[in-house]
Design a protein around this ligand. Structure first.
Ligand code: COA
Length: 167
């Protein structure tokens, strides 16, 4: 497994449209078929002027003797509107979790958004997603509301927000 120091990023460099397939594939792996994005959906998101994406790239584990290319290992994608932003996606490849990648992505995103004049950042998370809720709580997000039965299967969405002034 490559060391974290070997990873490129997070970077805001322009993503090529062909990156959409790999990013969507990582998102589906992390979120499951029900919540995961298609390649076409990912392409639309990346093309939007409001989109901000930060991504860690690296070489995934390959079978002994195999050749592997650079792939996204973790990314966060947010949309900015006026002085608010919404995190639409955050995912880390299963074999790269608990290494601080999501925390680093959130910290960098908050710094970038604050510098660009964004005041608040929000997100919705499944009530049952303990790992993500704990991650956001540790990153300074607080619960600002609930959307009853928001997800298919009638699971609630927890709305969390963080004020960025001073980030
Ligand atoms: C949630 C997710 C993004 C966390 O990514 P990660 O890189 O493993 O998180 P980090 O290593 O940066 O963890 C930072 C902190 O978050 C909390 N955390 C992360 N994963 C956790 C888990 N499984 N259980 C409890 N707390 C967790 C911990 O406080 C952790 O700090 P610590 O490791 O020092 O205890 C990752 O598990 C994931 O991709 N899950 C599937 C997709 C998803 O649910 N995305 C969020 C949608 S809103």
């Amino acid at each position: 497994m490559a060391d974290i120091e070997d990873l490129a990023g997070p970077g805001t460099g322009p993503l090529h449209p062909s990156d959409a397939a790999a990013l969507a594939s990582l998102h589906r792996r992390c979120m499951g078929a029900e919540d995961g994005w298609t390649e076409a959906g990912m392409q639309r998101l990346l093309a939007a002027e409001a989109a901000r994406i930060l991504c860690f790239w690296g070489v995934p584990d390959a079978p002994a003797g195999g050749h592997a290319g650079i792939e996204p290992l973790a990314f966060v994608l947010a949309f900015v509107a006026a002085d608010e932003a919404e995190i639409l996606g955050l995912c880390v490849a299963p074999d790269r979790r608990r290494q601080g990648l999501a925390r680093k992505l959130l910290r960098q995103l908050a710094e970038d958004l604050a510098q660009q004049g964004t005041d608040w950042v929000y997100l919705e998370v499944r009530a049952s997603n303990f790992a993500a809720r704990e991650l956001y709580r540790q990153a300074g997000f607080v619960e600002t509301g609930r959307r009853k039965g928001y997800y298919q299967g009638a699971e609630d969405a927890v709305v969390m927000g963080k004020q960025l002034s001073g980030a």
